[in-house]
Design a protein around this ligand. Sequence first.
Ligand code: ADP
Ligand code: ADP
Ligand code: MG
Length: 461
Amino acid sequence: MTAIRRVLVANRGEIAVRIIRACRKLGIESVIAVSTADRASLGATLADRVVCVGPAPASASYLNKEALVHAALGSGCDALHPGYGFLSERAPFERLCSENGIRFIGPSAAAIDAMGDKINAIAAAKKVGVPTVPGSDRVDSAAVARETGARIGYPFLFKARAGGGGRGMRIVRNASEAEAAFTGARAEAGAAFGNPELYIEKYIENARHIEIQILGDQHGNVIHLGERDCSVQRRHQKLIEEAPSPVMTPKLRKSMAGSAVKLASSQGYVGAGTVEFIFDANTRDYYFLEMNTRVQVEHPVTEMVTGFDIVAEQIRIAEGGSLADARRPPELRGHSIECRINAEIPENDFMPSPGRIGEWIAPEGEGVRVDSHCYPGYFVPPFYDSMIAKLIVHAADRRSAIRKMDEALAGFRVTGISTTIAFHRAVIAHADFQSGNVTTSWLERTFMPAYAAASSSEVPA
Ligand code: ADP
Ligand code: ADP
Ligand code: MG
């Protein structure tokens, strides 16, 4: 067990602030690596030291491995936290850190590689008996795709082997659509991930996204912290998450969490990770989707219902700490919901709305948490993800959590830029959300058409 003294925060935005807070709590110093666009960020104010690693475009700063490792070495850091996105799931980055004596707060390069390649990850899941979606291995032509379609039935999805962020996916409803979808998905995957390879999964029409948070230590212990339901999505990206899932039962949780722990254990997994499943709302079967080998955006809802500090656990695990005392199903307390607040215009196809914030009055109170890097007068740069805050509530049950979220959203005042605050209020007020009766396509198929009609009728002609 070797204590970490100083951590390089290799990320930005709210997660950089979150990591700095965890370091402070553990008595560890933090150095934040920033681009020139983030010199005035809250993370830069809160960290013990700031190192500029490059210009605004992420490719020249937050994605520049060498610059980040130089910054860590030059500022005397003995560890690095990658956050989410950016370099968090790049095995060569973990290798570069290790070669330079910087502890990467996350799993080994081998584990990142094993799970980051989705076809290999699915094979690993199958090997230990974790259910996977009927589908194919690598598909190299539209003709082979049609053969797969004849075997598993339509609709199916083309998915990118190196995929992430909901990109590179195409639904194919019948054989005649296979050719165009194959070409389109390949091009998108190649451009987004530098790898055009595709595979096929049966498309689950009435699906929920349910995922299990796991933690593994260096001593072979793997535990789970229950599930999160992330079914409210737009373009395969999560907008609202909650824990526990409205459709969960103790029996299903035991099975799903058991699958997640089994898979992570088979990889000798060390660190925080999430095993994602697609849940068929018609049959109540679940299938492995992928494993994310990092902290996730939505980790706070798990923290609220379990009392675990997941980021602090990541650091403790990297120090060699043990989870042996936590090897029992977590006690889940109450219900937690998170809304991802973005600087976007929902009425204009969620167009980004960067710019200078005027007023910023975030809600407070018992069971209300705001993870954000914003403040009055902060300039939201146009170069990065549009998320400006995560609003998280915790209450005794789902109904009271929804009520608390509504109040918190109502009291969240931001001027100067457009945000998705009012949009979230409308989503959680919808009868389908209130009854927990949503699927991954609900927002786009059911909610958005009505929302668009209502908001356009409010605009005077
Ligand atoms: P998660 O799986 O953590 O909930 P998503 O699936 O919504 O996150 O995010 C897709 C990808 O985009 C992931 O690689 C995630 O790390 C990255 N990402 C999401 N939000 C941000 C953000 N605010 N800043 C940087 N990267 C982000
Ligand atoms: P990413 O790496 O982009 O996060 P995932 O495999 O996790 O890719 O899928 C992202 C989202 O796409 C899921 O949450 C779900 O909404 C949808 N999706 C993925 N696979 C399927 C499937 N086989 N059937 C239905 N929806 C799917
Ligand atoms: Mg995913």
